[in-house]
Design a protein around this ligand. Sequence first.
Ligand code: ATP
Ligand code: MG
Ligand code: K
Length: 676
Amino acid sequence: MSAVGFDIGNENCAIAVAKHGSIDMLLNEESKRETPAVVAFGEKQRFFGSSGAAFASTNPKLTISQIKRLIGRLYKEPSVQKDLQLLPFDTSEGPNGGILIHLEYLKEKWTFMPVEILGMLFAHLKKMTEKNLGSPVSDCVIGIPSYFTDFQRREYLSAASMAGLRPLKLMHDCTAIALGYGIYNSDFSNLGPRSRPTNVMFVDIGHSDTQVTIVAFEKGKMTILSHSFDQNLGGRDFDEVLFRHFAAKFKENYNLDVCLNARASRRLRACCEKLKKVLSANAEAPLSIESLIDDKDVNGFITREEFERLSLELLQRITVVCSKAGIDSRLSANEIDIIELVGSGTYIPAIMRKLYMVFGKEPMRTLNGSECVARGCALQCAMLSPIFSPQDYKVQDIIPYSIEGCFLDGNRERPEFTPFPKGTPFPSNKQVPYHGHITSYCHFFYTNNKDIPVGLSPDVGLFLIGPSQPSGIEKVLVKVKVHLNIHGIVEIESASIIEDKHSSSKRSRFPTLMKMAKSLTDRQPIGSSAHSAEEARRGSTMRQNLEVSENMYVVMSKNELRDAQEIECLLADRDTKVEQTKEIRNTLESFIYETRGKLSNTYRSVITVSEEKMISKSLQETEKWLNGEGDDVSLQVYIGKLEYLGKVLDPFESRYKDELAKKEATKALEICIQEN
Ligand code: ATP
Ligand code: MG
Ligand code: K
């Protein structure tokens, strides 16, 4: 068993494996450390990674990318519509307001939810890892953006389970980065002041989002102080700046409207991304695209200075995210000791300069930006898994949004409470009292609507507490145990009716109730310790456990998950079969080639001229068949052909072997005679 860490990017995925005290990056089929996050549906099989990405230009509607960005988002939201416009594949609104992806594959129409495509990607990454390690993989840690909502986190878990993975933890990207940073820098005394922890701000700019996290490092321990983000600000926005610039230029210079032509837009965007990278290393860059529209070739040119001027607003927005992280961490600017840049989006030189101006500190780049999330996840996986025992190191993460709750009892909505305010360390437990009907709903949600990313539902969870068929209308006092689990997902651990053994009269319960009601209005649920102390004092509490449903805001029902798993197995089997068929076809081709070689070499002494003619004819016929009607047939047919040729050659092969054995025996005899 191994400890595996996955970094699922919008663009690229990276996998790290912890073994023998070191963390290694896994190499894909092309010996690369980054695998494009793409699932393409080819004519006969699916293609992943680079071979999938290669499909994008010829088969854009069947090449599904940017999956991470679609997870858990609502189709109708304007920001989602804007994202979808950039994606060439067909989409529509799903039954729960989510996104559905439509495509044609194997002459059939298919509909997939983004979570199902993510499951396929996970399955591919798992297979890749297993092939590389030569052993099965299931335990893992997966990186997620800190801004992911409860629903998105549960979608990740569903996708992982579709693929047969068992995430021990969904880990905030920047927390993973910080873990890898902190565990190897055990001595921070040379980096920051000794009297207090060393505070580091990590700035991760990816393809379409920016995450900033401030972490306090001490010996053997790291504490997250704040998470801040802009989920709509990343490398692609800089591409867009260049795109708009050149689209306007081409209109002016060539009278071409790129925006009206989807294919031309895609090509120009791809060129702008390349151009942006050139500008990271050069002061100026040329652009030329052949036959952009109507066979017209276009040329352009831009300097880094002009690009930076056009990007002023974006640069400003990056500093806003950083400043917000600073405010939330309650540190002053000079208490932030180090700024670390990660994520390939940070390669734009102006970003570094801008941060230097704002924080008065030169940002550093000591981590490998494209590997550090996966590495941190693999480390965390090793720490959580019982089979490894890496050094003791404490990781304290926090949630970036306040989670609120309320009970719904009949049609009455009870006062809200805040079990987990923004910045709560997790995993975490809270006990919440409730007085009302025996059957009620407990609803959790994000209140501060502007806190959570646009295009997402603020609903966290809805749980049914108590029997679904309530008997009587008597009111009870219930204690609900709420758990924010290791993934940052809300669960109800238990709900129990509290009764006083000595007297169940309402009056005797009154003082406790008053206290609890007060705590409700104070929005401060009674802490577990205070409550159990009182119970201990009275020593007379009886409990009756109530049934609690699963979260009713389901990502995928059990049936849907099972169906998705079945489809994935089916499609994966098919992919494997197509691959095997390709392999066996190659084997047959090389068999023909090798046998020809043998005819003029090894078989020479054991076959007659007419036999040679017969074999040659068979080989020639098979070759002709391969290039004609046998070009694309089933695995079994190729195996049949191989067996047939094998049989034809069998007598000659054994003749040759006999001859060889005879020769060797004669040789051995000669040696024997000589020696005697
Ligand atoms: P995300 O984190 O948003 O899910 P990701 O992890 O796949 O996505 P990264 O690989 O960190 O994203 O960054 C991709 C972005 O970095 C792209 O926009 C790409 O154009 C940009 N990028 C890569 N190299 C450079 C460079 N040399 N200069 C400027 N930008 C670059
Ligand atoms: Mg990333
Ligand atoms: K461990």
